[in-house]
Design a protein around this ligand. Structure first.
Ligand SMILES: Cc1ncc(COP(=O)(O)O)c(C=O)c1O
Length: 386
């Protein structure tokens, strides 16, 4: 095969995702997996039943329409109106994707030229770096620094160059649990308008905000025509395996993203789309219970990790807790996470893999709390032996 590397230069260094590595380690060692963010309890039974009914009644078993089934596009538009007062046309301004992951990939592949710069909060969700690389663009990190992880918006201003095309924001933010305030969003929006930048807003944890509220940047002045908002059923309805996500944006942006999306998967998950359309119309009580349940779990795990000696950064949103291992006499999060299953039967994720400025994340590790209370309690008991 000659000497040329098989993996192309754009993907060099991206290797195996840390989630695959750590979940495999959890299985091999029989550890409690507080690494990858998937719930250990499925979402509402009636929604699972709706998916089964769709399969058995032959709805969505053959290629559904490319942009997604009309029922789901309408339900997404209604959801944006119901929760945020945002109006989108289900036919031209909503696109169904294979999870938020495909929405992110399609948006970046559609909107970027090689050489463009993308400013994204670091630590980054790992698919951002890979998709920016596949688009031939350059990522420019705005480092969120402990202990508050609030973005330095003067630094953001200083990072904008004539090559900047796009701001990629994520609120609530994985892995830090940061939720952007209306004032922060307003400043980011002003910068986007001033410099004529596009914005991709990854809002997959929109229904997991424990203090304050989620505010979509698309609602701010001048932002509707430049923002691609992305969300997903995986997190909100606890069906991460269904991989149903969506984009809402002005029609020209949706048309651009759809062009890339149609050659990535064309369509996906036909029967699940019917079920997710029902899920989006669940009563407010569903969303409230989901949030209060997770808030209780956050407190259970935060208190347990504090008692076990970690420095805990209590998240305002998402189902992740970032901690610092320095008080345990440890320095290297990657090494620590690789040894943790052997040492005490728990798996966590080292935040350093989400940084370009690795010094800012070296001693930070992330735990998820979307697990049963007894699992979280057992994990804490094990970690206290450290
Ligand atoms: C910030 C963020 N964006 C996107 C995704 C992917 O979502 P999906 O499973 O819908 O592709 C995740 C999943 O962990 C995430 O944390």
């Amino acid at each position: 095969m000659g000497t040329r590397p098989l993996l192309n230069r754009r993907l060099d260094g991206l290797g195996t995702t840390i989630f695959a590595e750590m979940s495999a380690l959890a299985t091999a060692t029989g550890s409690i997996n507080l690494g990858q963010g998937f719930p250990d309890t499925d979402g509402p039974r009636e929604i699972a039943q709706a998916a089964a009914d769709a399969v058995l009644s032959g709805r969505g078993n053959q290629y559904p329409p490319g942009p997604g089934i009309p029922e789901l596009r309408t339900a997404v538009a209604e959801h944006q109106q119901r929760f945020y007062g945002l109006t989108y046309d289900p036919d031209t301004e909503v696109l169904v994707t294979a999870g938020a992951t495909e929405a992110i990939a399609a948006a970046l592949l559609a909107l970027l030229e090689p050489g463009d710069e993308v400013i994204a909060f670091e630590p980054f969700y790992d698919s951002y770096a890979a998709c920016i690389a596949m688009a031939g663009a350059t990522r420019v990190p705005l480092t969120l620094r402990r202990p508050t992880f609030r973005p330095d918006l003067d630094e953001l201003r200083s990072l904008i160059t004539p090559r900047t095309r796009l701001l990629l924001i994520n609120t609530p933010h994985n892995p830090t649990g940061l939720v952007l305030t209306p004032a922060e969003l307003a400043t980011i929006a002003e910068l986007a308008v001033e410099h004529d930048l596009l914005v991709i807003a990854d809002e997959v944890y929109e229904h997991l905000v424990f203090s304050g509220a989620h505010h979509p940047i698309a609602a701010l002045p001048g932002m509707r025509e430049r923002t691609v908002s992305i969300s997903s059923a995986g997190k909100t309805f606890s069906f991460t395996g269904w991989k149903v996500g969506w984009v809402t944006a002005a029609a020209p942006l949706v048309a651009a993203v759809r062009t890339a999306k149609q050659y990535l998967t064309y369509v996906s998950a036909g029967p699940f789309q019917y079920a997710v359309a029902e899920a989006l119309r669940l009563p407010d009580s569903y969303f409230e219970t989901f949030r209060t349940d997770l808030a209780r779990k956050r407190d259970l795990l935060s208190d347990g990790l504090t008692a076990a000696g970690f420095e805990v950064f209590r998240p305002q949103g998402t189902y992740f807790i970032t901690t610092d291992i320095t008080p345990l006499g440890e320095k290297d999060g990657l090494e620590f996470c690789r040894s943790l299953p052997e040492r005490c039967g728990v798996v966590a994720i080292p935040n350093v893999v989400f940084y370009d400025n690795t010094d800012a994340g070296r001693s930070l590790i992330r735990f998820t709390f979307c697990k049963r209370d007894d699992v979280l309690s057992e994990a804490v008991a094990r970690l206290r032996q450290l």
